[in-house]
Write a protein that binds this ligand. Sequence first.
Ligand code: TTP
Ligand code: MG
Length: 401
Amino acid sequence: MERIILHVDMDAFFAAIEQREHPEFKGKPVIVGADPKEGRGRGVVSTCSYEARKFGVHSAMPISQAYRLCPQGIYVRPNGALYSAVSKEIFEIFYEFTDLVEPLSIDEAFLDVTGSTRLFGDGVTIAKKIKQRIVEKERLTASIGVAPNKYLAKIASDLDKPDGLVVVEADKIEAFLHPLDISRLWGAGKKTQQVLHQMGIRTIGDLARFPLDVLKKKLGSQGEHFYRLAHGIDDRPVVVEDEVKSVSNEHTFGRDTSDEDEIRQTLLFLAEKVGYRLRKKQLKGRTIHLKLRYENFSTITRNLSLNHLTDRTKEIFEVVQRLFKENYQQGRKVRLLGVGVSGFEEKAAGQLSLFQDQEEKHERLDRVQDLLADRFGKHIIHRAESIRPGKNAKGEPEEGG
Ligand code: TTP
Ligand code: MG
């Protein structure tokens, strides 16, 4: 069974919010950033609307240069508190579909929806629903890539911006990748690109024709990385922002085994342990995880979301057993098994009011914001103390740059 990973990225995020707040900006080149002071301003462009991009303006460009390219543009100082509040609401939409959300920046995240298809439909259907929710709730557009892994999903979301939806089918990975320029390769900086160009490699397809040992010789330790990317291989899991938010146990076999009875008993033993710990902590979770490592250390993780919360050993066991059966390659020796539960929404089942439940949701979103602030600094993320008591209220304006 393939994973289904979504990469969601908002279109011209800060500029699109400004266009929403000021209908008179619609269809116009809007540049969010420092004050251009008629071309003498210092500081840079944060982002700009797609109308402004036609003039060659882009993020991180000196604002004075942007002004020369597009003097008729509408120049706006960033309103960090507002953008942060909108970001929070968008992440709230993501959590409606899965709790496996990995934030990458204020307007961008990976979602693992593999376990959500029974509730919401296949990957494309979920992507369409998320786009629709963002339009309805926020009057903004997002671009989404749907793929079997993070790397492909990230490339895909960028290919048809704005308002894009690009799907990479598991059996069409090569057809998707091969025509693309090597600048799309994850981690290929200017230097690596130069080396690749010298080898006559322009597209990912060119790169894919090189055998692994040649790439290792030419690119050193990076060789294997680029070999894998050229073939669309990427096993990295979607990492949830807070590991404490899952309860899991693992077991490494004394001797690697393909004995299905032994495996079944181990899964039951792990489900019991996890269930016991959940009940002790008065936690119930929605998403059940299986980790499976083969003797050669290749590892897969799979999960399934229920439409209710559980702390029951039997239920956890049934789900991981099913995940195991759907994903195990018959006969291969297993080195390690892991079972986990995440997606906690209530501390003590049945005892929480709706209000408390909302609080939990907010706590979680707060943690996402904190994480982003740590990672990207205060100039992008602002803790929203005074944000939007009503729909039209605005936060404090910020200095651009
Ligand atoms: P991006 O997603 O990189 O850009 P974007 O959403 O404006 O446009 P696109 O449609 O291409 O995705 O960044 C998200 C926001 O982060 C962006 O709206 C403004 C902010 N930002 C900066 O402030 N400085 C920067 O250099 C970049 C790249 C982004
Ligand atoms: Mg964006």
